[in-house]
Design a protein around this ligand. Structure first.
Ligand code: AMP
Ligand code: TRP
Length: 340
């Protein structure tokens, strides 16, 4: 019989740039919902993942604090959830090393995120950390025996690899120590696309700032970016199927659904036959109404970086309490001698 594990949620975001509307709808908003469901929730700013590509040290520190402020502003209560930055809990690096010895190199080469990040460039010249990235991600999750991981669609393959690593570890060592984690990919906006190209993911690393809405954008900037967002000349369709071959239109409708909490079909019914000239101002209004309070609160929190650091330190202490016995037991299973 499979071992049973306590329900526990873990997820992470890289502080490698300012957070976007994609992070908000695909991750943050859902992190808050999970916290409200009363499940144990652990949220991590994965600064060790961030440095798999070059990060300016001062910016990394700033972005980590800003991401922490965004979590809190969006509704993460650092008393009910654990909120911390990865590098403060050394178990992540230690377990990642053990997983580096369980996972196979070929698994890493097959990851589409690795291929995307090295496409057109010399893969041989990317960091070794970038190749091993998914192994560290598996360590993040399994260090807490997390059973559920809410993420956006783009992380599906990494989560499958996490399951493969857990299964291979369990098989190789004849144990059922690690859970086979469930991805939680749900909602209308698990894949928010670029505002300038509906076939590309909205990303904090896109060179064009007009392609994304940042959580730090003010109301005017948000409205302007939505007004300029790419669309096609047709009015909005009467049915959800009518969005099928219209990536830009579909993206804006999905964003509306994600922000308003309505199903996509409801949004389509409301705006059936409307022109973008009518729809875009409504979307801008909704986006500003939802995001402006978060931005204001983030800016307030950012005025006290020492308090943010204190919250992250407290989160790390609490994370470590859960991680330490799991890491100790893993080392024992592997055959390492501990301090007793
Ligand atoms: P990252 O910014 O790559 O560290 O991603 C952090 C979280 O946000 C992950 O759960 C991603 O799946 C999610 N995410 C990032 N970009 C998007 C997007 N454009 N649409 C939906 N979710 C996203
Ligand atoms: N790879 C994830 C991303 O880019 C970030 C991440 C790192 C993560 N560790 C994690 C997400 C553990 C969920 C669980 O979005």
């Amino acid at each position: 019989m499979a071992a049973s594990f306590k329900p526990r949620i873990f997820s992470g975001i890289q502080p490698s740039g300012g957070l976007t509307l994609g992070n908000y709808l695909g991750a943050l908003k859902r992190f808050v919902e999970k916290q409200e469901e009363g499940i144990e929730t652990i949220y991590c700013l994965v600064d060790m993942h961030a440095i798999t590509v070059w990060q300016d040290p001062e910016k990394l520190r700033q972005q980590t604090r800003e991401a922490a402020a965004a979590f809190i502003a969006a509704g993460i209560d650092p008393k009910r959830s654990i909120l911390f930055n990865q590098s403060q809990v050394s178990g992540h690096a230690e377990l990642a090393w053990i997983f580096n010895c369980v996972a196979r190199i070929g698994w890493m080469y097959r990851m589409t995120q690795f291929k995307d990040k090295t496409s057109g460039k010399n893969a041989e010249n990317s960091s070794l950390g970038l190749l091993a990235y998914p192994s560290l991600m598996a360590a993040d999750i399994l260090l807490y025996h997390a059973t559920m991981v809410p993420v956006g669609e783009d992380q599906k393959q990494h989560l499958e690899l996490t399951r493969d690593i857990a299964a291979k570890f369990n098989h190789d060592y004849g144990t059922e120590f690690f859970p086979i984690t469930e991805p939680v990919i749900e909602g209308a906006a698990t894949r928010v696309m670029s505002l300038t190209d509906g076939t590309k993911k909205m990303s904090k690393s896109d060179p064009s700032d007009n392609s994304r809405i940042n959580l730090t954008d003010d109301a005017d900037t948000i409205a302007k970016k939505i007004r300029r967002a790419k669309t096609d000349p047709l009015p909005l369709p009467e049915t959800v199927e009518g969005l099928k071959d219209r990536p830009d239109a579909r993206n804006l409708v999905n964003i509306y659904a994600g922000l308003s909490g309505q199903p996509v079909a409801g949004v389509v019914a409301e705006f059936a036959g409307a022109q973008f000239g009518t729809f875009k101002p409504k979307l801008a209004e909704l986006a500003v109404a939802k995001l402006a309070p978060i931005t204001t609160e983030m800016n307030r929190l950012m005025k006290d970086p020492a308090e943010i650091d204190r919250i992250l330190g407290d989160g790390a202490d609490r994370a470590d309490v859960i991680a330490a016995p799991i890491l100790a037991r893993t080392k024992e299973i592997v055959g390492m001698i501990g301090r007793g």
